[in-house]
Design a protein around this ligand. Structure first.
Ligand code: PXL
Length: 284
């Protein structure tokens, strides 16, 4: 039996709509990794397309929760952050990193704040600048193309892209601080969509693509990030982990598209978990 690793996932709970913690917790746990959660906010649904969602900001709970864990001497093999509930949480999470970082553990920051060229409604340009500071403390960051532009203070490019543009972005993003960068939403033509990875120490750049499924499906960034972390924690090199996460996310999208589900309801990752476990060689 392999040693049981422990991740802390720091995202919101959107009760309905399958994103953030309702995606990270099942995927990472299914991959054989203990998952502690630190909720940043509680919403009735995610903010992407539903009117009148409820929003309870949990900023005030973060420090006491961290203090309690510290008093219990709890340690994490990885810290995985996503959607943060307020501007103040950027500083609180930065402090959390300082307290819980060890020489062996991994910080993965998904700078969740924007997609399709636009910031999510609840965030401001100042939040994007704050997020670029938080990324300095990460070992791996997982921005999409919109988030990458915001982190770098550059205009958004809707694509299609070429290798020169993508490798330039990867290197600049790593220049913010993280050794490894995974860029999602990369495409060189209209048929394929995937991710690019960069490791600043080895200099390796790699790409993983699958056939594009038309349409925009909600929560796919969180499905991708959770599967990526699950693969990294199971010992896969970053480029292979990205391939596993691209396959898993695309397969979940395909099932959702075939069922004709409302795109706001999230993707069918649940019935795709057996495929992920095969890819991770947890299940034959
Ligand atoms: O999937 C990213 C995400 C997470 N959490 C909340 C969101 C979104 C994207 O819109 O609204 C609350």
């Amino acid at each position: 039996m392999k040693e049981l690793k422990r991740v802390v996932a720091i995202h919101d709970i959107s009760g309905f709509g399958k994103c953030s913690l309702t995606v990270a917790l099942p995927i990472i746990s299914a991959a054989g990794i203990e998952t502690t959660v630190l909720p940043t906010a509680v919403l009735s649904t995610h903010t992407g397309g539903f009117a009148n969602f409820t929003y309870r900001d949990l900023t005030e709970d973060i420090q006491p929760i961290a203090d309690h864990w510290k008093s219990l001497e709890i340690k994490f093999d990885a810290i995985y952050t996503g959607f943060l509930g307020s501007f103040e949480q950027l500083d609180l999470i930065s402090h959390f990193f300082d307290r819980f970082k060890t020489k062996d553990n991994l910080i993965l920051v998904d700078p969740v704040m924007a997609d399709n060229g636009e910031l999510y409604k609840i965030f401001t340009p100042e939040f994007a600048v704050g997020m670029s500071h938080l990324c300095k403390k990460a070992d791996i960051i997982v921005p999409n193309l919109t988030e990458a532009a915001l982190l770098l203070g550059e205009p958004y490019n809707p694509g299609p892209y070429d290798e020169k543009y993508i490798s330039g972005l990867l290197k600049k993003l790593s220049g913010l601080g993280p050794r490894q960068v995974v860029l999602t939403g990369v495409f060189f033509n209209e048929k394929e969509l995937g991710a690019a990875t960069y490791d600043a120490v080895t200099g390796e750049i790699a790409y993983s693509f699958e056939n594009r499924v038309p349409g925009y499906y909600h929560g796919t960034g969180d499905v991708f990030g959770s599967a990526l972390l699950a693969a990294v924690m199971n010992g896969f090199p970053l480029s292979e982990a990205a391939g596993i996460a691209v396959r898993f996310t695309t397969s979940a999208i395909r099932k959702t598209a075939a069922a004709g589900t409302d795109i706001r309801f999230g993707v069918n990752f649940e019935q795709t978990i057996p495929e992920l476990l095969k890819d991770l060689r947890i299940q034959d």
